[in-house]
Design a protein around this ligand. Structure first.
Ligand code: GDP
Length: 301
């Protein structure tokens, strides 16, 4: 089920409360059944869904038992709706503040993620995002594995009018990353985005390379770029990257397509890492800032 459908189903389940004459345990159970089914269909991890169900029940019970206007129907409805809303927000909020780039400081952001997830596109989008907000931004292409990676960076950075660095001859990505970051730091750039390789002959080599680049450039923030369209696989992928790259933020791409999104939501909980942006298209400006509460409000329409 795509995200828009999830929103519709959640909304329908919540508004069914308004039609029930009495919000008793049976109505609450029926509501939770609908909410949980919708989340599961969207690829949200089964354990997270079970937790949400339990937490809503506990919250509702506690609120109704302690409420001053206990028993009033309007109050019961509100308590249930709020508990469901709050727990949906919790699903996408690990309670961790992401790093915020500061002006007048060379903020180094390293992007990691498997090839095809949209990493290179996202690096340019990020550079454009910060550039528009007055940060002098640039991109370092440290992907020497994929033929054409530097060309892709060069083309998209040129189109976006963003400075870039890379090499057609140097084969060591760690050297390129270090050189690029050193050059841009010297030139007083505010946001230096390092694009890394997303594929290798062996996964272990990819992870080793990520660690080495990280050691060389000492990023202020490592961002995992995660493709929403891979469904449940997103969670395992994020866990594997977290172990090696210990990223501090997630950008979920391709949220505009037919992605279910629930896999990416589960990745947040599995890695206790906040989502900071959503990729919502192939164009340079198709990047939306992410905040848990507005996201859930919008989802519910
Ligand atoms: P990389 O291999 O991870 O660097 O991935 P690329 O940046 O080359 O992107 C792979 C494909 O995904 C390209 O065709 C991009 O245009 C596309 N892409 C990236 N982000 C988004 C997005 O948010 N929405 C859509 N629809 N496509 C995207």
């Amino acid at each position: 089920m795509v995200l828009a459908d999830l929103g519709r189903k959640l909304n329908a389940a919540l508004s069914s409360l308004n039609r029930a004459p009495v919000v008793d345990d049976k109505v609450l159970d029926a509501l939770l059944k609908e909410v949980c089914a919708a989340l599961l269909e969207s690829d949200v991890n089964v354990k997270l869904v079970a937790q949400l169900r339990q937490k809503v029940k506990t919250k509702v019970k506690a609120a109704l038992e302690s409420g001053a206007d206990k028993g009033k129907e309007q109050n019961r409805r509100h308590v249930v709706q709020k508990a469901v809303f709050d727990e949906l927000v919790q699903l996408v909020d690990p309670g961790v503040e992401p790093y915020k780039p500061k002006k007048g400081h060379p903020n180094v952001i390293m992007a990691v993620g498997l090839q095809g997830n949209g990493k290179t596109t996202t690096c340019t989008k990020l550079a454009v995002y910060y550039q528009r907000r007055g940060f002098k931004s640039c991109i370092v292409c440290a992907d020497t594995f994929r033929a054409g990676a530097f060309d892709q960076t060069r083309q998209s950075a040129t189109k976006a009018k963003v400075a870039y660095f890379g090499s057609y001859t140097e084969t060591d990505p760690v050297t390129i990353a270090a050189q690029g970051v050193a050059k841009f730091k010297k030139e007083r750039f505010d946001v230096i985005i390092v694009d890394t390789s997303g594929r290798h002959k062996q996964e272990s080599e990819l992870f080793r390379e990520m660690v080495q680049i990280g050691e060389a450039v000492q990023p202020d923030q490592t961002v995992m770029v995660l493709d929403a369209s891979i469904g449940q696989a997103a969670e395992a992928q994020a866990r594997a990257f977290k172990e090696s790259a210990n990223f501090g933020a997630i950008i979920v791409t391709k949220m505009d397509g037919h992605a279910k999104g629930g896999g990416a939501i589960s990745a947040v909980a599995a890695t206790k890492t906040p989502i900071i942006f959503l990729g919502v298209g192939e164009h340079l400006h198709d990047l939306d800032k992410f905040s848990p509460q507005p996201f859930i409000s919008k989802l519910l329409g």
